[in-house]
Design a protein around this ligand. Structure first.
Ligand SMILES: C[S@@+](CC[C@H](N)C(=O)[O-])C[C@H]1O[C@@H](n2cnc3c(N)ncnc32)[C@H](O)[C@@H]1O
Ligand code: SF4
Length: 408
């Protein structure tokens, strides 16, 4: 059943046994959630693969890549997040297995055969299986460096690899690879490997995100072929993601297609295009070495929206440092206002994170631009968030984009 479908949702069962106390079990067609007295919660996909858990006050997300992200939120303290080391990941998997084994033994007499079988699948994810799964992932995917926050549950298909520009001063996501467009045959093979790898776990994926950095830059005849392959492989109504397509696109790349071509992509299921505007200010934009210009960004958004596509606009908080802060904020909000965004569009604000040896940091030093202090960055994030809501009449959703929270 497609996970957008309706015939789902057996109710949550609460099972109480002397050994376990209250265990909440929620079995959905795409995931199984076990909650132990609300002290610990574990989520698994249809294959029994761990998806996330809450344990000892920490949240963990398990990536298909084998990486595990830990997040801790405590009242009054800044949110803390980091990737676990390989040893810590092995340890966490073992702890999850032990907890589930204890719960499964306790509730065995009170659950259906189907649920027993699902728990057995969960327990089959031992250390060797987790390792083999990670190795398999690495054979199928290049690193899935980033997707927009609303696409964290998307199925990523690497229609292209890398970034066709790859020279923005602040962005190191794709420096490890050359830009490459898959042939239709290679994409079909990639999709089949991905499906085989995920198995029934594919039901957890809600949409399709086209990797990597600017997949829509692919010339239209080739893109048409690639979209056709995706449609053949993901027919509407099949188990797995809906055939709604999402992708990043840089401004200069966006200008290479006509309104008619975008309309064709819309008819093929393209729903939303995510554009890194980063700043509405020319000077900041140049410092970032982005292709195109903020004005061209506004024009591209008008073109995309005119054919009924939604957009996700990303701004970089802190870009240009203290010296350019006023114009960065004012002109970015002016650009958002000129875009006439609506419901279904999104605005993301990403705090700039760059190492001292990045191209951006070197350029900023040469120009004598001081970075924002932590307090100034917090203030600018707030100013951009509030200003973006005002500039867009509150229609699009405005949210923070923490690139370090992403893992696939
Ligand atoms: C894949 S990138 C950009 C998509 C598209 N290629 C473009 O240039 O418009 C996605 C977003 O990640 C954010 N990003 C990249 N590097 C970053 C960094 N060092 N710090 C914070 N955000 C960053 C930027 O806002 C960027 O637009
Ligand atoms: S910001 Fe976009 S265009 Fe620039 S290097 Fe990164 S992915 Fe490429």
């Amino acid at each position: 059943m497609n996970n957008q479908g309706t015939a789902v949702a057996p109710a949550t069962q609460v099972i109480n046994t002397p050994q376990t106390g209250n265990i909440f079990v929620n079995a959905q067609p795409w995931s199984l959630t076990l909650s132990d007295n609300l002290r610990a919660t574990f989520v698994f996909d249809r294959e029994g693969r761990p998806v996330s858990c809450f344990l000892n006050g920490c949240n963990y997300r398990f990536g298909l890549s084998g990486q595990v992200l830990m997040k801790v939120s405590r009242p009054g303290a800044p949110r803390f997040r980091r990737l676990l080391s390989a040893d810590e990941s092995v340890q966490l998997h073992a702890t999850v297995r032990d907890e589930v084994a204890r719960i499964a033994a306790g509730i065995a007499g009170a659950i259906s055969d189907e649920l027993q079988a699902w728990l057995a699948q969960v327990l089959a994810w031992d250390e060797a299986r987790v390792r083999v799964d990670r190795e398999r992932f690495l054979r199928i995917y290049r690193p899935v460096s980033i997707v927009p926050p609303d696409q964290y549950r998307a199925l990523v298909l690497q229609v292209t690899e890398g970034c066709s520009w790859n020279r923005c001063s602040f962005c190191s996501f794709y420096r490890d690879r050359r830009f490459r467009i898959k042939t239709a045959a290679a994409l079909r093979e990639h999709i089949r490997q991905v499906k085989d790898f995920l198995g029934r776990g594919i039901s957890l994926r809600r949409s399709i995100f086209l990797g990597d950095a600017n997949a829509l830059i692919v010339p239209q005849p080739r893109l048409r072929e690639l979209f056709a392959v995706i449609h053949e492989e993901f027919p509407a109504g099949a188990e797995g993601p809906s055939p709604d397509l999402y992708a990043f696109l840089d401004i200069f790349g966006a200008a290479r297609k006509s309104a008619e071509q975008y309309a064709e992509l819309r008819d093929y299921g393209l729903r939303r295009v995510y554009i890194g505007l980063e700043s509405g200010d020319e000077a900041v934009f140049r410092l970032l070495n982005k292709p195109g210009s903020p004005q061209q960004g506004v024009e591209m958004v008008a073109q995309l929206k005119a054919v009924g596509l939604q957009v996700g606009i990303i701004l970089l908080a802190g870009a240009g440092g203290a010296d350019l802060a006023r114009r960065h904020v004012a002109r970015s909000l002016a650009a958002l206002s000129a875009m006439e965004l609506g419901t279904g569009d999104l605005v993301y604000i990403s705090p700039l994170l760059v190492p001292d040896d990045s191209d951006y940091a070197r350029r900023a030093r040469t120009l004598g631009l001081a970075p924002l202090s932590a307090a100034e960055l917090t203030a600018q994030l707030e100013e951009l968030k509030t200003g973006a809501r005002a500039a867009t009449g509150g229609r699009p959703r405005v949210a923070l984009y923490h690139i370090e929270e992403w893992l696939y």
